[in-house]
Design a protein around this ligand. Structure first.
Ligand SMILES: *Cc1c(COP(=O)(O)O)cnc(C)c1O
Length: 373
């Protein structure tokens, strides 16, 4: 029926999303396959080198038998386990399907058309994406030497600013703001602006002047910390994250989230993962060792590598044709090694390389040695 076809394809009558939605460049995750290769080394998504704790795997398997039951919509046991582990108030914890969900919920709750959402220039891409999703304008503040700049962020606060997202430490730069700098940022921010401290890589940081910010949550009405099971706990596929928020903010998030946003296998896996801190210690130790080894090896090749406190390194390449980041990425891919291009983060001269297993890092450095040499 030609008439029907004509109506369906008519751009005037076809359903149209709200303003701003079509300006979103969809998030592209790290690749996990190379055509023509059945085995690849995947160092593109900051996944834990050691995988999940066997305790989490067992708990998830055990939970499968009761999957006809709806989950506990309040994640009661998981929140209690998190509170015990971190010395927090369980009533201020809100769990989500990954911290991505919490980032979206915060945007939905506190920003809309005409509002601004502030973030740091090379900050996590989900911030501008989530801001646009609710019709708000993402505003990027410049960084200094790939470190978030407190003064530049504060200088961009306007009467339209509703949220400020800061990944601390940040992906993909691997840098962090000290506890003092965080305090200065908070002190300079009007209380009507929600300061979201995304501490996805907290467990990897081994610096005395770092804090995720939970203490700020307890003393300020406008500070929220988000955390995840996707990184050191190795549960990225499960989708499990949590926020620590002032009581009023937790109440808001609980009103707008889906009532069963975290599956029961995810809740059980999270509880079991928390109980296996020996596994977390092994993952942390592995990361410290191989991050240092990789950093030294790549610097030895004359490449510029930042001092990362996370489970990845950011490597800068020279601009010369055939020697740049794009060429290095293609060279690695040819050898079945997948890393992450950084064009979408405004760093086209860089590749981000996650810290994988010993032999994976050795293979990656060997390939880059060949590339550079
Ligand atoms: C990986 C990552 C997350 C985790 O997101 P989930 O939805 O919990 O998997 C959050 N923030 C940053 C900066 C990240 O790099």
């Amino acid at each position: 029926m030609p008439e029907t076809t004509a109506i369906k394809d008519d751009p005037v009558t076809a359903p149209r999303p709200r303003p701003g939605i079509l300006e979103i460049a969809p998030y592209v995750g790290g690749e996990s396959a190379v055509p023509g290769r059945d085995r690849v080394i995947k160092l593109a998504s900051n996944e834990s080198a050691l995988g999940p704790s066997p305790a989490a795997v067992a708990a998830m398997a055990a939970a499968a038998g009761t999957m006809h039951r709806y989950p506990d919509g309040h994640c009661t046991d998981l929140r209690r386990a998190l509170a015990d582990r971190h010395g927090l108030d369980p009533d201020r914890i809100v769990c989500g399907a990954g911290s991505d969900e919490l980032i979206s919920l915060l945007c939905r709750a506190y920003a809309g058309p005409g509002d601004q959402v502030l973030y740091s220039r090379h900050g996590f891409l989900m911030y501008p994406i989530s801001a646009r999703t609710v019709g708000a304008e993402p505003v990027a503040a410049p960084e200094r030497d790939l470190i978030a700049d407190v003064d530049a962020l504060l200088a961009r606060v306007t009467k339209h600013t509703r949220l400020l997202f800061l990944a601390n430490p940040n992906n993909p730069t691997g840098t962090y703001l000290t506890s003092d700098a965080l305090e200065r940022l908070r002190a300079g921010l009007p209380e009507r602006v929600v300061l979201v401290l995304d501490a996805a890589y907290d467990e990897y940081v081994d610096r005395p002047d770092y804090q995720a910010g939970e203490r700020l949550v307890e003393t300020c009405p406008n500070v929220v910390v988000t955390r995840t099971f996707s990184k050191i706990y190795g549960l990225g596929g499960v989708r499990l994250g949590w926020a620590y928020a002032p009581a009023a903010v937790a109440d808001v998030l609980n009103r707008i989230r889906n009532p069963f946003n975290v599956s029961s296998p995810a809740q059980q896996a999270g509880i079991a993962a928390l109980s296996d801190q020996a596994f977390v210690d092994r993952a942390r130790h592995h990361n410290v060792t191989w991050r240092a080894w990789t950093t030294d090896a790549l610097r030895g090749l004359g490449l510029q590598v930042g001092d990362s406190v996370c489970n990845f390194v950011l490597v800068r390449f020279p601009a010369a044709d055939g020697r740049d980041a794009a060429a290095a990425d293609a060279f690695l891919k040819d050898r079945g090694i997948i890393v992450r291009r950084m064009d979408a983060y405004g760093l086209p001269d860089a590749l981000r390389i996650s810290i994988g297993l010993a032999e994976e890092m050795q293979a990656c450095v060997a390939a880059l040695t060949e590339f550079v040499g």
